[in-house]
Design a protein around this ligand. Structure first.
Ligand code: SF4
Ligand code: SF4
Length: 241
């Protein structure tokens, strides 16, 4: 029937209007910013860098400046410069770190590809959306100090995902420790099984080693005439009758 859709729509509106007086589920709007809805766990906007320790964010960045995310970012809005030196990561292994790490969030399209390609779980998607700014280049370009956020924050905004990551990293660390222990044990066993060098017989008998034998003097060769080897021997005179 012509106009039935309009009647249905008005019925839904009336139902929500009347229900909003007694049922919070019927409240289709919130009084932002005084009121806020819960953000779904999988909501994302811009990336941030995960640090292991909130008290030392720059010293415990998980990022090792491999630059994979920089290469894979479609709009090329990540800028990374590797450090010249190394420092221990969260597990104590010496690693490079980003001397410079920046993301231009005015260009970022929230695709999450940087997160997908990172082999170190060092970059994750944030949920901060109140980012209105009057200066694009100073306020929307986030350097590593602004990007760094602790792992506890990651657990707060993405609890399920963060728990999976932690479990995987813990398993990887345990496996690495077991591998190192096994390698050390195998090395020690190989060193123990190696035969000791045979002892010197003279030293066993208590006889002093006379040391190297002096070279025997060579007999002097008498000087010979230069043509001695070619001069014919004198013939005996023939017998006389
Ligand atoms: S979310 Fe996408 S566009 Fe944004 S920094 Fe990561 S890879 Fe680049
Ligand atoms: S965030 Fe990940 S992929 Fe990007 S440079 Fe750091 S370790 Fe490499």
């Amino acid at each position: 029937m012509l106009g039935s859709g309009i009647i249905k729509g008005l019925a839904v509106t009336a139902k929500n209007f009347a229900g909003s007086y007694y049922d919070p589920q019927r409240m289709v709007t919130v009084e932002y910013p005084e009121q806020r809805t819960n953000i779904p766990e999988n909501y994302r906007n811009f990336p941030f860098l995960v640090t292991e320790n909130a008290t030392d964010p720059m010293g415990t960045l998980r990022c090792v400046a491999c630059q994979i995310c920089e290469k894979e970012c479609p709009p090329q809005c990540i800028i990374i410069e590797k450090s010249k030196d190394k420092k221990p990561d969260a597990t104590g292994k010496m690693q490079l770190y980003p001397a410079v790490f920046g993301i231009d969030t005015s260009v970022c399209m929230s695709c999450q590809i940087c997160v997908e390609v990172c082999p170190f779980d060092a970059i994750k998607m944030d949920q901060v959306f109140e980012i209105a700014a009057t200066n694009r280049f100073e306020e929307l370009f986030l350097d590593r100090e602004k990007l760094a956020k602790p792992n506890s924050y990651y657990h707060q905004i993405h609890p399920t995902e963060a728990a999976e990551v932690d479990a995987r990293l813990t398993a990887d660390r345990l496996a690495a420790e077991e591998k190192a222990k096994a390698a050390a044990a195998a090395k020690a066993a190989a060193a123990a099984a190696k035969p000791a060098p045979a002892p010197n017989a003279s030293s066993v008998a208590g006889v002093a080693d006379p040391g190297p034998t002096p070279a025997s003097p060579r007999p002097a060769i008498p000087p010979q005439p230069a043509d001695a080897h070619v001069a014919p021997a004198p013939k005996a005179p023939p017998p006389t009758a």
